[in-house]
Write a protein that binds this ligand. Structure first.
Ligand code: GTP
Ligand code: MG
Length: 220
């Protein structure tokens, strides 16, 4: 069976690479994981993950997209597809391939030709208005993660507002609150990814992965 391709999207600096690293650390012993990162002008994220040694050698590939990061995950996904194929060829048992997009401005989304499901990561530092601004990542991703809850008080972000706005836009699909660097909420994310890998087949709209409207509040 081919690997589950899981897109990780979201604005610049929201914590996508931190999330990828943490998923590799927490799930690397139970699952065979590989990673493709997209950067606009560098391979910085791939280099960070390789330096952090979150996965065995060779399992992290950096794609340098140039120009517009949306194109490489939505319109012309060939660079990413080649990177994925190379990983699958090299590691035939791979079960999960995480594809991190370049940071965007809420308007990017993954092509269904590239990934089986997507996680969209926003953070509280931009204020509690962010989920309300919508965009395809916020509304249509299988999982929305609201990260950096440890900073909420400092920036005056009201998490209940973010939860309510996200729930309204997502028609009840799953939203998880995390502080990736401190570990809060990560167990729920890991459980969700585990389910996704097990299920392996769903349609984005009828997906049980989008949740049943139940919300988690593990940021206490
Ligand atoms: N306080 C806090 N900082 C975090 C958290 N998660 C990530 N960060 C920090 O936020 C910064 C950006 O995190 P990255 O993981 O590089 O963000 P990214 O979304 O991959 O960024 P780009 O790939 O450049 O778009 C880093 O300095 C992280 O350590 C969190 O939960 N809380
Ligand atoms: Mg990154």
């Amino acid at each position: 069976m081919s690997a589950l391709k899981l897109g990780i999207g979201g604005p610049v600096g929201s914590g996508k690479t931190a999330l990828v690293a943490e998923l590799c650390r927490r799930m690397g012993s139970e699952l065979q994981i590989a990673v493709v990162t997209n950067d606009i002008f560098t391979r910085e994220d791939a280099e960070f993950l390789i330096a952090a040694a979150v996965l065995p050698d060779g399992r992290v590939t950096g794609v340098e997209t140039g120009g517009c990061p949306h194109t490489a995950i939505r319109d012309d996904v060939s660079m990413n597809q080649l990177a994925i194929e190379a990983l699958e060829e090299r590691f035939p048992g791979v079960e999960l391939i995480l594809v991190e997009s370049g940071g965007d401005n809420l308007s990017a989304s993954f092509s269904p030709d590239l990934v089986d499901a997507s996680v969209y990561v926003v953070d509280v530092a931009g204020g509690d208005k962010v989920p309300r601004k919508g965009g395809p990542g916020v509304t249509r991703s299988e999982l929305l993660i609201i990260n950096k809850v440890d900073l909420a008080d400092r920036v005056g972000a009201d998490l209940s507002v973010m939860d309510r706005d996200a729930a309204a836009l997502r028609e009840g699909a799953l939203v998880l609150f995390t502080s990736v660097v401190h570990g809060d909420g990560m167990e729920e994310v890991v459980a969700w990814v585990r389910t996704a890998v097990r299920q392996r087949s769903w349609t984005p709209t009828g997906s049980t992965l989008r949740g049943d409207g139940h919300h988690y509040h593990d940021h206490a």
